[in-house]
Design a protein around this ligand. Structure first.
Ligand SMILES: N[C@@H](CCC(=O)N[C@@H](CS)C(=O)NCC(=O)O)C(=O)O
Length: 202
């Protein structure tokens, strides 16, 4: 059994949980809540940066970050997240990196609000990340038809699904309003990705 340090709102954790479902590893992973704001939480012993997700292996060692965990989980299953080699692998990993980069911007945007205390969030910071998110979603609107769907390699699609779900959950960007191709793609993911509903943030 592996233990996943977890928070339901985290898009990186959701990405891992969607991988667990896709790979059929539900019976091998248990979850334990983590509070990243609590400096006494054992997660700081498990990952010095205090970030989740963290996967604890049977021997007590910790794996992070989410990309490393995905790679590990893929090796515990006979299903795949990414093509094994070659150009197809490079493309799929780059697609996943786009999803991750957009999650990073969304999180930096949300944290700026959360941790600014009494101070207003600098407009430059907000608009910088809004622009990255808009650019990314515009690019996806034009290119999403070239992405793998769920089978046989779900890694990039899972990452982007976790990203888009988070943008809506935190009201960071109304990405679906004027991007019909991306909206259709996401609806398809909602139907086809195992665990989509139970991993959704609330
Ligand atoms: N690159 C990391 C990012 C993980 C990350 O930023 N997780 C957030 C939750 S979504 C976190 O733990 N934030 C707490 C903090 O930064 O202190 C990954 O892919 O796992």
């Amino acid at each position: 059994m592996y233990k996943l340090r977890y928070s339901k709102a985290s898009p990186y954790v959701r990405k891992i949980l969607l991988c667990v479902h896709h790979l059929g590893l539900e019976n091998k992973v248990t979850i334990e809540n983590a509070d990243t704001n609590d400096l006494q939480d054992t997660l700081y012993d498990q990952n010095p940066t205090g970030r989740i997700p963290i996967l604890i292996k049977q021997d007590g060692t910790s794996l992070y970050d989410s990309r490393v965990i995905m790679d590990f989980l893929e090796r515990q299953s006979d299903k795949f997240l990414f093509p094994e080699a070659g150009n197809a692998r490079d493309i799929a990993l780059t697609q996943a990196a786009l999803g991750e980069g957009l999650i990073d911007s969304a999180i930096l945007w949300v944290y700026a609000e959360r941790y600014s205390g009494d101070q207003p969030v600098p407009e430059l910071w907000r608009s910088r990340h809004q622009e990255k998110l808009k650019n990314g979603c515009d690019y996806l609107e034009l290119n999403i038809s070239k992405w793998h769907s769920v089978e046989p390699y779900a890694g990039a699609a899972i990452t982007l699904t976790a990203c888009l779900g988070y943008l809506s959950f935190r009201n960071v960007l109304n990405w679906s309003g004027d991007r019909p191709a991306l909206k259709r793609w996401y609806q398809e993911m909602a139907l086809n990705l195992p665990g989509f509903d139970i991993t959704a943030p609330d």
